[in-house]
Design a protein around this ligand. Structure first.
Ligand SMILES: Cc1cc2nc3c(=O)[nH]c(=O)nc-3n(C[C@H](O)[C@H](O)[C@H](O)COP(=O)(O)O)c2cc1C
Length: 185
């Protein structure tokens, strides 16, 4: 069974984190920044406790003694969805003063898979440079840009289309979008 660390930060688009937390299979651990909790409440009226049933454990972002602060605790991928440009900048600068940024620093040094679903628009040159810097380190920069080619009929389908792509990226079987499956027939 695959093991995933999931981070949610205070960028808009908390619904993408919620959908991923719900649909991603395997053993899942969740870390939410303070602003992720705030945005989740603002955008959806949800609390972190609403996500608890979908994961093995939720960690506080100030819990730097949590297992994922150490490279001894391995996983298949660390996915940050949504990822703010603040967290992006800290990771690119090597700052690790929260569990999310520390775990990302560990993922980089241990060469574990790191996926950042960056959400901001427009993007400054600084954010773009940070994306490029991390991409060259092997990090997957996956902007929160849901696909429209599946002709989504509602918000759930639009959000689901992005989650499909994320799951396919992680190699989770059967997670490909209808568009991709149709292409192979
Ligand atoms: C309602 C709301 C929406 C926000 N949307 C974004 C966003 O889309 N992208 C972003 O980078 N920051 C956004 N921010 C700002 C971040 O929350 C802020 O920079 C915060 O310090 C990020 O901290 P974190 O990365 O530790 O969660 C938003 C803040 C609020 C209150």
């Amino acid at each position: 069974m695959a093991r995933y660390l999931i981070g949610m930060t205070g960028a808009s688009g908390a619904i993408h984190g919620v959908d991923f937390v719900k649909r991603c299979p395997g053993e899942k651990f969740l870390v939410m920044s303070d602003w992720a909790r705030q945005v989740l409440l603002t955008e959806h009226g949800l609390k972190s406790s609403d996500l608890e049933p979908h994961v093995k454990k939720v960690f506080r972002d100030d819990d730097l003694a949590a297992p994922f602060s150490s490279g001894s605790n391995r996983y298949d991928a660390f996915v940050i969805v949504p990822c703010s440009v603040s967290t992006l900048g800290k990771i690119a600068a090597g700052i690790s003063d929260t569990l999310i940024t520390r775990a990302a620093a560990v993922a980089l040094k241990e060469r574990m898979r790191l996926v950042l679903c960056v959400r901001e628009t427009p993007l400054s040159s600084i954010a773009l440079e940070n994306c490029l810097k991390l991409s060259r380190e092997g990090v997957v920069i996956m902007p929160l840009s849901p696909p429209w080619y599946g002709n989504p009929k509602d918000l759930d389908q639009l959000v689901g289309g992005f989650t499909d792509k994320l799951l396919a990226l992680l190699g989770e079987a059967g997670a490909g979008s209808a568009w991709r499956e149709g292409e192979l027939e």
